[in-house]
Ligand binder design. Structure first.
Ligand SMILES: NC(=O)c1ccc[n+]([C@@H]2O[C@H](COP(=O)([O-])OP(=O)(O)OC[C@H]3O[C@@H](n4cnc5c(N)ncnc54)[C@H](O)[C@@H]3O)[C@@H](O)[C@H]2O)c1
Length: 439
């Protein structure tokens, strides 16, 4: 919404949330999320044509177009628990839009939703006796956290789906016209509402599938002395495969991949497509297995016990350049190590606040330290869990001296210079590479 406000000064954009604390933060100097470039964008627009408010009623009443971006988490109860999308927030919002509206509006699905949600939303919105009509348009969001501002300013594509009726086309055009303020025409794709809804789930499933595919090969590399970076380099030069999203790691995280794939699995099951469901489910299974394998690898190589040993986790965010830790592999690695009674010291430049929340149930055994040198002091091992650039440039000689010997590094992101670290005296274990041991 900040990008729309910035690129469309002729439009007034009001962001509303039921969370008062979040809105207070959006109106203050410490924005509630970290995203490179976002502070500047908000500074340029806030108070001019971008406003943050908790007054949902007025915002709905005044708007011609409403982008609904509420959370659609995995359902934790009842039918479809652990898989289906929990649409209660979306439905509540739709009912609220209906209750507060005095004239017809376009309602845009910005949240990621199961295919055919627009059908249910239209029923809820349009079965009214107020004489108002709502057109539901799907406009899924493809931005990636960490590069969100750039992705929004220069999107690969913007997808806008609507009903293929006269009213549907009119509503679609209203949304297309917003993006035309800065996105080239050929990058704006139009489709049916169902294709648009399903494209978002499919895009995330394909992205996650690439990571699980290369991670599955990383395990085979470790058994055969092949090097996964060399393998991904070789296959990525094939134009049909392409080089992106082929980096082996401790696993993918983030609020979307797992949730969206499980949702896709659930939808396939509900249409009786068991084989398709199992195919996509395996992408999540490989990811869980990779996270677990990482912890097992640490345990086995540290002489089958980490009890009472300090282990520094370098990075807790699910990826670099974000403070977001939702579904971060670091959560599972930390939990695995704590279950083995290790003393876990967590460091991260942006995610410590969220890390504290994620691990609040662990009363002992875990500390949070902004300085990586202090986190590593007295540790038996370092595990790199987020690909923050700062971890590449640390003084590892100094770190090695401050650690218990033999000192271990488990590079869950393959970002460090493994041979150099090995020569210094570390035993180094990377993903999909032969171990570099001193014993
Ligand atoms: N985070 C991403 O990178 C990303 C990318 C693409 C798509 N999405 C999708 O966007 C949606 C939102 O994701 P998110 O990460 O921003 O979730 P979030 O949980 O961080 O934010 C959702 C917000 O909606 C608010 N909310 C809930 N009910 C409301 C209501 N009735 N009225 C007003 N506000 C309400 C919540 O208070 C919360 O602040 C999800 O469907 C997600 O799959 C997210």
């Amino acid at each position: 919404m900040a990008m729309i406000a910035y690129k469309c000064p002729q439009h007034k954009v009001v962001v509303v949330d039921i969370d008062k604390e979040k809105i207070r933060a959006w109106n203050g100097s410490n924005l509630p999320i970290f995203e490179p470039g976002l502070d500047e964008l908000v500074k340029k627009t806030r108070g001019k044509n971008l406003f943050f408010s908790t007054d949902t009623e007025s915002a709905i009443r005044e708007a011609q177009i409403i982008f609904v971006s509420v959370n659609t988490p995995t359902k934790t109860f009842g039918q479809g628990a652990g898989r289906a999308a929990d649409l209660q927030y979306w439905e509540k919002t739709a009912r609220q839009i209906l209750a507060c509206s005095r004239d017809s509006k376009v309602v845009v699905e910005k949240s990621t939703l199961p295919v055919r949600t627009a059908y249910a939303m239209e029923r809820i919105l349009n079965e009214n006796s107020k004489g108002v009509h709502f057109e539901v348009v799907s406009n899924p969001e493809f931005l990636a956290e960490g590069t969100a501002v750039r992705d929004l300013e220069f999107p690969d594509r913007v997808l806008i789906g609507s009903k293929e009726t006269e009213e549907g086309f009119r509503a679609r055009k209203e949304v297309v016209d917003i993006y035309l303020n800065w996105v080239p025409r050929e990058r704006i794709l139009e489709s049916s509402v169902w294709s648009s809804e399903l494209s978002k789930l499919t895009a995330n499933a394909f992205l996650a599938q690439r990571i699980s595919s290369i991670n599955s090969i990383s395990a085979l590399c470790e058994k055969t002395e092949a090097d996964v970076d060399q393998v991904s380099g070789a296959i990525g030069m094939d134009a049909r495969i392409g080089p992106k999203f082929l980096k082996a790691s401790v696993g993918f995280g983030g609020s979307c991949f797992k949730k969206d794939i499980l949702n896709l699995v659930y939808i396939c099951e509900s249409y009786g497509l068991e084989k398709v469901a199992r195919y996509w489910e395996s992408v999540v299974e490989i990811n869980d297995w990779q996270e677990n394998r990482f912890v097992q690898n640490m345990l086995v190589n540290m002489f089958n016990t980490v009890a009472g040993k300090k282990i520094a986790l370098f990075g807790f965010a699910f990826k670099a350049n974000t403070g977001d830790t939702r579904e971060s592999p670091a959560i599972y690695v930390a939990q695995g190590l704590l279950a083995e009674q290790a003393e876990v010291a967590i460091t991260d430049p942006k995610a410590l606040k969220n890390a504290r929340k994620d691990l609040k149930d662990f009363k002992k055994g875990v500390t949070f330290e902004p300085d990586p040198y202090k986190a590593a002091k007295g540790a038996h091992a370092i595990a790199v869990l987020t690909e923050w650039d700062i971890y590449k440039g640390l003084d590892y000689k100094r770190i090695l001296k401050s650690m218990v010997q033999p000192a271990f590094i488990f590079d869950g992101r393959n970002i460090l210079d493994h041979n150099r670290l090995y020569e210094m005296g570390f035993s180094v274990f990377a993903i999909g590479k032969a171990p570099l041991r001193h014993f």
